[in-house]
Design a protein around this ligand. Structure first.
Ligand code: DX5
Ligand code: ZN
Length: 220
């Protein structure tokens, strides 16, 4: 059985007490801390930049700082996020309109010494990521339209998870398969059954008082 990792998304956390919000989830069982960066261009909303990553990093312990860039030009931001403490940067296939720019971004992330993930939105076909797969450390399947927390899980993401599970297993290389959006105790179980091994959850964890209980429910 694959080890399952829970990645709480701070998007739904209390930003007035963000340090303690980050601090609380590691003893509760989280192995990644998921950081949703939105620029107001790639998605309508704007969230935070490297400064917040720098602020929370000392409170993240051993959790991987899993930085999900929902921005128009991710490559231009890699060095700033690396310096701020990001350890894994995931960018969107849709951020660029050609594979040359996409490969350049992937290589810039690795050159900065970080793990690299790529993500696809719900309407993007999964096979577009195949040329990148051998070089990736993580594939992120969006199970909602990126842009905000608290949306409903889209079932059509499930066949994408099994598609990537098959291709990752065939490659025989460690590549995380992460799912993001609408994850709760029920959808988590289904996503794991279809091949996911990293579960991002924002509102399900931070919208509840007992973070440890919620994280344990996702791992059950
Ligand atoms: C959405 C973000 C998600 C978001 C998930 O664009 O990428 O990480 O925080 O929120 P929930 O778990 O509430 O769907
Ligand atoms: Zn995310």
């Amino acid at each position: 059985m694959r080890p399952i990792i829970v990645a709480p998304s701070i998007l739904s956390a209390d930003f007035d007490h963000i340090e303690s919000e980050v601090l609380k989830v590691e003893p509760a069982g989280a192995k990644f801390i998921h950081l949703d960066v939105m620029d107001g261009v790639f998605v309508p909303a704007k969230t935070f930049g490297p400064e917040l990553v720098r602020r929370i990093s000392p409170f993240a312990g051993k959790m991987i700082r899993d930085t999900h860039l929902m921005v128009a030009d991710p490559k231009s931001m890699i060095d700033e996020f690396a310096a701020a403490g990001s350890e894994l940067i995931t960018f969107h296939y849709e951020s660029y309109d050609n594979d040359e720019d996409r490969f350049a971004c992937l290589h810039a992330i690795h050159d900065a010494g970080l793990l690299c993930g790529m993500s696809i939105k719900p309407d993007t076909p999964e096979d577009v990521l195949l040329p990148f797969l051998p070089e990736l450390d993580l594939v992120l399947v969006m199970s909602v339209e990126p842009g905000k927390g608290g949306q409903k899980f889209m079932e059509k993401s499930l066949q994408k998870l099994s598609y990537f599970r098959k291709h990752i297993d065939e490659l025989g290389k460690k590549i995380y398969l992460e799912v993001d959006g609408g994850i709760n105790d029920e959808t988590a179980k289904i996503a794991v059954r279809f091949g996911a091994d990293v579960l991002v959850a924002g509102s399900y964890i931070y919208g509840h008082e007992d973070y440890a209980r919620r994280i344990q429910e996702l791992l059950r």
